[in-house]
Design a protein around this ligand. Sequence first.
Ligand code: SIN
Length: 299
Amino acid sequence: MSNLATTGDKTGHNAGLALHPLGHALGAEVAQADLTAALDASAVDAIRAAWNENHILLFRGQTLSPDALIAFAGRFGELDRHDATPFYRLEGHPEILLVTNRMIGGKPSETRNTGRNWHSDYSYTGRPAAASMLYCEEKPPVGGDTMFCNMVRAYETLSDKMKRIVDGLEAVYDIGLTAGINERDPQKTAELRRINPPIAHPAVRTHPSSGKKALYVSERASHFHGMTAEESRPLIQFLCAHATRPENVYRHRWQVNDLVLWDNRTTMHIALADFDPAAPRHMLRTTLLGEPSGFVVDG
Ligand code: SIN
C-alpha cells in the first residue's frame, strides 16, 4: 500500500487507510492517496473494505487523465461501456461518460442536467451500476454540489411491517423519469427509450459483499410491478422522502481534482442545479457493471 497513507488506527473494518468521516450517515475521505500509482492487491482490498463500510469515498487532489481514471476504476471490476446512454461517452473512451455543461459540437451538452432527481445509476438497465466514480475537472465558483443518501439506513429505519411490505415489491424503472430528459434531442431520447425499456428490480436488494439489505426505490421508479401508478406513487414518494431525510444525507461540495466513488447498491444521489448554468462544470464518470438483475415489463 505504498501509495496510500496508513494510520495504524483501527477504525471499523478499515484499519490501514487514513480515513476521515465526511458525514454521519455515510462517506469517508481517503487522505493522502495517489491513484495514479500502481495499486497493489492489499490497497485494492483496503479501498474496497472502506467503500463497503462507508458507501462513498472521496479522494482529493488527484490528477487523472482519462486513461488513468479507467485504469484505477478497472481495478475494482468490469467497466460499463455506457451502451445504455451511448451519446454521452468521451470520444475514444467508451468507459467514460461525460457529465458536462461545456459546448459539444457547437451545442450545449445534453448531459448538462444529468442526475437532477434522486437515483441510482443505470437502474433502468438489466445490469444496474455497482459503483460509479466521478472525477471533477472543472467546477463553478459556487454550487454544483452532489448529495448522497444511505439506502441501508433507509431500509433499517423502516418499521418491521413496512420492511415486510417493501421486501415483497419490485420497482419498475423508466428512463423517461430521468429529470430533464425531455429537454434533450427528441430523436436521441426516443433511442434511449428503445434501448432501455421499463425494467423491474427488487425494491430491496442484498449487497453481494456486505450482505446488508438496502432499499432500492428512487424517483425514477414509475410504479411497483403488479400495482397501478396511483397505488404505487404515495409509497414511492414516502420511501424517497424517508431515504433522503437530512440525517441520512451527505452533501458533497466539489473541489477540482476530487474523485468520488459511490456504491449504487447502497446509495442514491442527486446532482443539484444550485449553480450558475453559464459557469462550467465538467465531470468524467466511470461506471462499474453490477450483477444482472430484473425483468423487462410492458409498462
Ligand atoms: C450522475 O448522476 O452520475 C452525476 C452526478 C453529478 O454530476 O453530480
